[in-house]
Each structure stands twice: as C-alpha cells, then as structure tokens.
Design a protein. Structure first.
Length: 702
C-alpha cells in the first residue's frame, strides 16, 4: 500500500509502498478514502527538515542541550551517529483521515466492519488506529467534509479552554484552517469575533463566516480591537497562527481586558512580558491538541475512556461534536477546500503548501479498496528504490527480526549485519519502521505478520526485540519452530513464563539474551585481571539511568515490567559474569513507594563476594551514566561509562582507555553468530541466563 513519509534530515516527501498493518486488540483497520493535509503542522515539519544543522539546533535548544550532555558522557562520535540515525528515520505524515472500517480488533464493540469513520490516521491507503481516536461519520456528512473533523477538534478544544459566554468579544489571530473553523465555532457560540491575518482571501472567508476582520498589512490591530470591544478590551484571544514571532502573544495581552484569557492553539514565540500580564492579571494557557485523552497511553492505546460525569469532552467526544456541527450546518467546511489531489500526486500537494501560492484545505483522495492488491509482506527486491542489495549466502546465518524499534534499528540490526549475517525478514506492527529498516539495511523482506518468521524455512535465527511482555511468548514459538533465538532482555516477566521456557528448551538450538555488557572489551580485560584472584571481591555499580515519564511503556509492570526488571538485569548478569560464581542471596531496597526505578540491589555470591547495584533515576545527565568499581586484594578497578578503565594499585595494570564507548553490543552479536555457524557452545550458558532472569523477577515480584 502507498504511504507518505517525510525526511527529517532533508524535508523531502516520499510516497512509498509498505506492508499493510495488522489489526490488533482495541484498534480498527481502516481503508482510507480521503485525508486532509494540515498546512500548518505539516508545512512546519517540512521546513524544519529543509533547515540546516544550525537552524535545526536553534529551533530546538532543549534538544541541543541533550546532545551536548551526551557528548560529555558518551563521546563525540557516538553522539553524532545517534543524531544522524534519529534524523535519518522518515516520519509518516498526516492526522486527518476518513475511511471505511475493514476489520475490528478484539475488545472493540463500538465499531463494526463497514462503518464510515474519521480518525487521526496518517496519509496511507490502509491504517491501524486505536478505537478512542476514531468516530463514526453521520450519513449527511460527506467524506470531504469529514476530513476536517480532527482539525475542527483542535479548534474546539481551544475554545473550550477560554470558556466563552454569549456575547463576549473574542479575537482569533491567524486565519488558516484552524483559525477559520474557530471563527465559525465562536459565532455558533454567540460570540462577537475579530479575525486577524495578512491574507486577503482568508480575511474574506472570515468575514463571510460572520467575523469582523483586521488586515495586518494595513491596519493597527490594537486600535481596531479597542474599537471592537467598545474601549473595554476584548474578553479573550485565541492564537491559531504558526509563527516564530513573540508579537502575537504581546498583542493579545495588550488587547485583553482585565482578567482576560489567552489560549495558544497554534505555534508562536513565547517570550512573555511580565508587565503585559501583571497589571491585568491575564491568564495564558496552551491547548493540547484534540482534547482530554491526548498523549495519555491509557486512553489512546489501551482504550480506557474517561467517565463522562467527570470528563465531559474527551478527544473522541470532541470529534463527535464537530461532526454533529457539520451535519447541522453550524460549521461549513466546504469553502475551506482549495485543492484536491490523488495520493499518487502527493508531492505536488506538498510543493503547493510550501510555495508562495495561495492554498487552504488540500485534500488527498484514494482509489477504491481492492483486497487482492494489498499484502502484509513486501519484498525489497521488487521495489525500484535505493536500498542495500540482499545477498543470500548459504554459508551464512539467515537472521529475521521481530521488532524494528529504535534499539533494533540503531544497534542490533547494524551489529548483525557487521557480524556477517544474512538479513532475511523484519516485522513491524504497522509496517512503517520495518520498511525503513528493511530498505536501509538490505533485508530480503518486511512484513506485519509475525507468523511469517516462524514459518519461514530459510530463517535460521530470530531476533526478538519487541516490548517486554511479548518476549516469552515469542521465545516459546521460536523454540517450537526450532529456530536459534536472540532475545533482548528481559527473557520473561514472570516466573511462570520462565518455567515454560525452561521446560520447553531442548538445547538443540541456541538461546541467548542480549546481556551485552559482559562482552565489552574493558569488561573482558577486567575478567582477565580478576582471573588469579581467589579471595572474595566487592563490586559496586552505579547507574545514573535518568528519569523517564511514568506513562512510558517500560514503566508499565504488565508491558515493560518496570525498569529494575527490564534494565537492571543487565548489571546482575555483569556481576554474575565477573565473579564467576552463583548468586546465593539477593535483596532490593527502593527509595520510596513512589519511585520504583530508584533502588539499590545487593547480591551475595558463593565465594563470599558481594555486589551492590545502585540504579538511580533521580540524578543529573551531566554525570556519567554507568560506573563500575571493583575492590579486591588491595587494589581497585574503576570503569567509567565503558570508555575509561583505571587500575589503582593493581599489579601490572594502570589504564585502558577507548576512543569511543563500547558496551559490547557488536561482540555480543559476533559471539552468537559464531556459535551458530561453527556449532560452538552458547556464549552465555543457559543456566546462567535462567539464574539471572529468576533473580531479576524475584526482586520486583512483591
């Protein structure tokens, strides 16, 4: 199927063929009929992509600071590579979609096959969207009109925040799509409206919709607003313009009466003047897209609706309100349609919105759905696109990937390619990231159906790099399919899952967990330095993990298992490797019940060695991320961020410094491929994998 992407590196638009997504629990599979280009948001993304490095940095100063911090901790080259990888990933465009439901996932009762719906889906022939981001279209609303629903909800949410009352005077700054819809909704709400813009045609439309207007090329908006409000100051200002200037906010403050309200819906410079706001006691608020529920994974991804008695207007209910207003003709969006293109002509559409030519609502239309045309898999050898050529070498290991997230694309896939593996197939749920990775690294095929990998006779090994709660099930399927397995940590989230893996694993094929740190060159050096020391050792590991949002999937105990199980297991394995003896006791102490990703883990080994792992999320990013200290036989080894290893009073050793950070990812993959191709013993004994996995689960299960 066709889908539109944009490069963050260059800003170029690309129409590509990607696999059809598969419907999942709580989602709808939708055959697209029309989409609307958001001239504000999408134009801004394209202009950002076309900007040079310096301009990109200026536009995102907070991310520039993150880059500088990463250079300080990880080094220049790894940071540069990380930034380049980030910019190299194309992003799917679009969030105003109309189509027909073709499939519904489990736990979906509100929609059925054949329903005509709107959603915030991308510009693609087929989309997979969570149910709370969809709404049914009334019969009297055309497909073309319905495409304005999502943008209409953006306007509606801004209006809800200013809480207008009948007869109030409201200024709308910026008369693009959102601004012109805002004008109509305010008029339907009984408000007097003053619209501000530079564009003559948009001013004419606003006037047609019942607003007084100000031509910013010719008139002083402050003078006009004063007259408009009868000298009292306007009650509220809604900023729907897209600009880097701080002037709209300053003007809004000057226009308002005492205790007036200002809401930012678009994008604007935000250097607020205290004097502008202090005397009048003005309120300023930024509107979050379509309404309550936006960016809440429980609402959007898990389908947990907010009780209507407590949250009257969610983003989905805002969608429904806009559709009702269009149906009853309180909102007229037909005059907002300026151009229509076929999906195959999308580049022309984007050239239009980024040019100086006048445009407003630009629609993309899609051909009728043909089930025979679309497939869940895509072979790159059949595409006329630039990609690395897939070379099938029978002497090499054929590796397929389950999951194409950031870590897979930036670390694992390059490592397997460098290790000499044949990259066979790659799975992604929606098809987008799998297509990107497959094309970039020279895979033979990409698919959205995970069963393709287990049924593929040409796949020797499967790399599992999906969300943590899926690992155990995929491992069991791979064992049954007699595949070699490389699974990212953790191996499982529960003891029951771990027991199933233990009972089903036959040792006929290799099973390896991605405990890469034991393969790092400096860790191998430490292992050799400890080889002849038979007395107990004391190990201390400090992980300055940094804070991540509580709603991130890794923090969800049912999905990610939490950061201790999902990440700290790395360091338990590292200690197990360095000491070389079984762990006989373990315990954990959390900082408090509100912070279960800041904790200290204590380990005791068979030889009386002890280990302490400090996993902290409450530190500064300017401090090194990982620090290992080993105290033994009167000497100390100190490893900082897998770059600098120093020995203190250590016979025959002073230091081992690297030009760049190396956490052992490549060596880990090399060992796995080498063991398979040469029929060697597994790089990590299965018993050690089970031991570390069991301890990691036990630490957090209570």
């Amino acid at each position: 199927m066709k889908q539109i992407f944009q490069s963050l590196k260059t800003g170029t638009i690309e129409i590509v063929e990607v696999p059809v997504p598969i419907v999942s629990s709580g989602t709808l599979l939708i055959n697209t009929k029309n989409t609307l280009i958001s001239s504000g948001t999408e134009k801004m993304l394209i202009e950002f992509g076309k900007a040079g490095w310096i301009d990109k940095a200026r536009q995102q100063p907070e991310k520039l600071k993150m880059v500088l911090d990463k250079i300080s901790s990880d080094g220049l080259m790894p940071t540069v590579e990380s930034v380049l990888r980030k910019l190299d990933q194309p992003i799917p465009l679009g969030y105003c979609n109309v189509g027909i439901v073709s499939e519904v996932g489990s736990n979906v009762t509100e929609f059925k096959k054949g329903d005509r719906v709107i959603s915030n889906g991308n510009h693609a022939e087929i989309i997979n969207v969570p149910k709370n981001l969809c709404a049914k279209i009334p019969n009297l609303v055309s497909d073309e009109e319905a495409t304005f629903t999502v943008i209409g909800a953006v306007a509606l949410q801004g209006i809800r925040l200013i809480k207008p009352t009948l007869g109030e005077n409201v200024v709308v700054t910026g008369l693009g799509l959102v601004g012109l819809i805002t004008v109509q909704l305010l008029r339907a709400n009984g408000c007097r409206v003053l619209g501000l813009d530079f564009d003559i045609e948009r001013l004419k439309l606003a006037k047609k919709f019942g607003a007084d207007v100000v031509n910013l090329n010719k008139e002083n908006p402050l003078v006009v607003a004063d007259n408009f409000s009868r000298g009292r100051g306007v009650d509220a200002v809604i900023l729907t313009a897209t600009t880097k200037s701080d002037e709209p906010v300053h003007q809004a403050a000057k226009m308002c009466r005492k205790r007036g309200r200002i809401v930012l819906v678009g994008t604007s410079g935000l250097k607020l003047s205290r004097d502008d706001f202090f005397e009048k006691e003005l309120t300023f608020q930024v509107s979050a897209s379509y309404g309550p529920g936006r960016y809440d994974p429980n609402y959007e991804q898990k389908g947990q609706d907010y009780p209507i008695g407590f949250v009257r207007w969610t983003e989905q209910r805002n969608f429904e309100a806009i559709l009702d207003l269009i149906e009853k003709r309180y909102l007229d969006v037909k005059p907002l349609i300026s151009h229509t293109y076929d999906i195959s002509e999308a580049k022309k559409a984007y050239n239009l919105i980024t040019s100086s030519k006048s445009s407003l609502g630009v629609l993309l239309k899609y051909t009728e759905f043909d089930s025979k045309k679309f497939k869940n898999n895509l072979r790159f050898e059949n595409l006329k696109t630039k990609q690395l050529k897939y070379i099938n070498n029978n002497e090499k290991t054929n590796v397929s990937f389950l999951g194409s997230g950031k870590f897979s694309v930036s670390v694992l896939i390059p490592a397997f390619k460098n290790a000499g593996a044949n990259l066979r197939n790659i799975v992604s749920r929606k098809g987008v990231s799998g297509f990107y990775a497959g094309r970039k690294y020279g895979f033979f095929e990409t698919t959205t159906n995970s069963n393709d990998l287990f049924e593929d006779e040409n796949t020797d090994a499967i790399v599992i790099s999906t969300r943590h709660n899926t690992h155990a099930n995929f491992v069991l399927k791979a064992i049954k399919a007699k595949k070699h397995i490389f699974v990212e940590k953790p191996l499982s989230l529960t003891l029951e899952e771990l027991s199933q893996i233990q009972n089903n694993y036959t040792h006929e094929n290799h099973l390896m967990v991605g405990f890469n740190r034991r393969f790092a060159p400096q860790v191998k050096k430490i292992k050799s330095l400890l080889k002849d020391i038979k007395i107990p050792k004391a190990l201390v590991m400090t992980i300055n993990a940094g804070a991540i949002p509580k709603d991130h999937w890794t923090q969800d105990k049912k999905v990610g298992g939490g950061r201790i199980l999902g990440e700290a297991c790395h360091f338990i394995d590292l200690f197990r490797f360095l000491v070389g003896r079984k762990i006989i006791d373990h315990k954990i102490q959390f900082m408090n019940t509100l912070s279960d990703d800041t904790a200290t883990i204590q380990l005791k080994f068979e030889d009386d060695s002890i280990g302490t792992i400090h996993y902290f999320s409450n530190g500064s990013k300017a401090f090194p991320k990982e620090k290992l200290e080993i105290f033994a036989a009167g000497g100390i080894l100190e490893l900082n961020n897998f770059r600098k290893l120093v020995g203190y009073d250590w016979p025959g050793f002073k230091k081992m410094n690297l030009w760049r950070q190396d956490k052992g990812h490549q060596n880990c993959v090399n060992a796995f491929i080498d063991a398979i191709s040469k029929n060697k013993s597994p790089p990590i004994p299965f018993d050690e994998i089970l031991e570390v996995s069991k301890i990691s689960i036990n630490l957090v299960k209570n």
